[in-house]
Structure formats: C-alpha cells, structure tokens
Ligand binder design. Structure first.
Ligand code: C2E
Ligand code: MG
Ligand code: MG
Ligand code: MG
Length: 292
C-alpha cells in the first residue's frame, strides 16, 4: 500500500495507525451482526418542488445505531460494507424498508410520492439487480413508478456495457433512475445520452459555495441547462440557505433537497411532516416571498 503513494512520500508506519486499524476492524466485526440485531434504520429526506414548496419525494438514507458509538454515519460504514460485500444485504433491507414505507404512506391516503434509494456500485453490479428490485416491489406492493434508484456516475463508468444493459432492464420495470452526485465523477458526458436516466442530482459541492463564487454559478447553470436539454429533471442537493435557493430558482432548477427545508427524518417525523406539510411549506414559501 505504502508503495502506491510514490517514492517521495513514503509513509512510515505509526502506532496511531494501528489504533485506527483496530477501530476499523471492531466496526467491521460489529457491522456483520448489525442487520440481525436490527441496528439499522432508514431516515427520509424530503425533496421539494422549488416553486410550490410541495414535497414530491423522499430520499431514503440508512442510519446505523451502534450500541456504543451511537449513530454512525453512512460515510463511515458504507465504504466498509462496500468492501466486504455486506452492502448487498444491507442495501436490500433498505430497499424493502423504503418501498414498504412508501406503500404505507399511500395506504394512509397521502398523495403519492417517489421514494429514492441509493444503489452502491456493488449492489448495482449484481447480475440480477433488476429482478431483485422487481421482487422488492412485488413483495411490498409498491407501483414501480414510485420508486427511484440513485446511481452515481462512477458506478456507471466502471463497466459501461453492463451498466447499459442493467439500466435498460430497470427502465423496463418502470422505475425512475437518477444520476447521483452529478459532476463529481468522470467527466465524460457521452454516457448521458446513451442511458435512460430520468433525473440529474447536482452534487452538493457545487451548491455549497454558490453564493460567493461566480465560477460555481457558471458551472451549476451549465449543468441545469444540460439536464434540461436532455429532458431530465434537475435536483440540487445540499441546499442550506435562502440565497442558494433563490439562485437555483432563477436558474430554473425545479427540485431541491437540503437542510433549508429539512434534515433527513425518522419515518415517524417524516409522516408527521406529511400530515402537516402546510406549516413547513408556508414558512418555506414566505422565505421565498411567494404569495401562497
Ligand atoms: P447521497 O446519496 O449524496 O445523500 C445526500 C447526503 O447529503 C446525505 O448524507 C444527506 O444527509 C446529506 N445532506 C442532505 N442535505 C444536506 C445539506 O443541506 N447540507 C449538508 N451538508 N448535507 C446534506 P448521509 O445520509 O450521511 O449519506 C451520505 C452518503 O452515504 C449518501 O450520499 C450515499 O452515497 C450513502 N448512503 C446513504 N444511505 C445509503 C444506502 O441506503 N445505501 C447506499 N448504497 N448508500 C447510502
Ligand atoms: Mg443519494
Ligand atoms: Mg448525492
Ligand atoms: Mg454523496
């Protein structure tokens, strides 16, 4: 490993690394039992129509309640799970849980939303991914049009021929497909026109500095135009401030997701929000100065 870093910055082995490695190992050991022990939970972050403030979807985001460490962020354990293959059963559980939750919302009489589920490279690369998704839909009774799958550019670029086949199978199923973290992967744009995407999610790194950085405005504006030109819906991720929202609106982005409207919520809190979207929506609309 040390070799990979090149001759000039040869990495010396330090005792802290040992401690870090053993922490990681402990985390990984625990991860093996986490599903059985029901330590995972799915949170839901609303996706909002920028002009109306209407909740049009929810992104499912997995959480791990570690008995000693508390909430472990997906940024920490998803890469581990991806490496050791546990992402496959974990991801399958998230998919079923999210589909079942969305069906429960529909049964409760809320107007239909789309639930978005992240698919990691390893999950996506299972040869039977489309039939697994079909099975989850069948078992939970959710109509395919209310499921969205989020896939990153990097996942797609790992094997273009395979990706092309899988995406077509998924499209045939009738599920919605988005490109997650758009702009952070390989910058080849050729794949965009070849594959059946429905939505482009602009990565939050482009939204973050939107206020004071004219270059970011230029880039995001180009991404939105590109998405629309290809007939895709465009969503901006990580919207935290009113200024960012107003800018996005002026650039004709139609959907947004971020702390400005809501953090990811437990199923219970998300249900409460759906019961009472007007309160939230009114606050939101008044920040936008929209007559509501
Ligand atoms: P992602 O799919 O790009 O999800 C968006 C992340 O941005 C989430 O982090 C969300 O909580 C966070 N976020 C949303 N709005 C804001 C905002 O306004 N400001 C900031 N600073 N952050 C915001 P989270 O939940 O920690 O997830 C991180 C990543 O882990 C996700 O990125 C996704 O790649 C992965 N992940 C999460 N859940 C799953 C899962 O069930 N399966 C798989 N395969 N990956 C998952
Ligand atoms: Mg995502
Ligand atoms: Mg993302
Ligand atoms: Mg991300």
């Amino acid at each position: 490993r040390a070799k990979e870093h090149g001759r000039n910055n040869y990495r010396f082995y330090k005792p802290e690394m040992n401690a870090q490695a053993s922490q990681l190992l402990a985390l990984e050991n625990r991860l093996h039992q986490a599903l059985e022990r029901r330590e995972f939970d799915v949170y839901y972050q609303p996706q909002i129509h920028i002009n109306t403030g209407e909740i049009i979807g929810m992104e499912a985001l997995v959480r791990w309640r570690h008995p000693e460490l508390g909430l472990v962020s997906p940024g920490q354990f998803i890469p581990l799970a991806e490496e050791n293959g546990l992402i496959v059963p974990i991801g399958e559980w998230v998919l079923r849980t999210a589909c079942a939750q969305n069906k429960a919302w529909q049964n409760a009489g809320f107007s239909p939303l789309r639930v978005a589920v992240n698919l990691s490279p390893r999950q996506f690369q299972q040869p039977n991914i489309a039939s697994r998704v079909a099975l989850a839909l069948e078992e939970t009774g959710l109509d395919p049009q209310y499921l969205e799958l989020e896939i990153t550019e990097t996942t797609i670029m790992q094997n273009l021929d395979f990706a092309s086949e899988m995406l077509r199978d998924l499209q045939t199923l009738g599920v919605y497909i988005s490109i997650d973290d758009f702009g952070t992967g390989y910058s080849s744009l050729g794949y965009l026109k070849k594959f059946p995407f429905d939505k482009l999610k602009i990565d939050q790194s482009f939204v973050r500095d939107l206020k004071d950085n004219p270059h970011d405005i230029a880039i995001i504006s180009a991404m939105i135009t590109l998405g629309h030109g290809l007939n895709l819906k465009v969503v901006a991720e990580g919207v935290e401030t009113r200024e960012q929202l107003e800018l996005l609106r002026s650039l004709q982005s139609e959907e947004m997701q971020g702390y400005l409207f809501s953090q990811p919520l437990t199923a219970e809190d998300a249900t409460n929000l759906l019961h009472n979207p007007l309160i939230k929506t009114n606050i939101y609309c008044s920040t936008l100065c929209i007559a509501y």
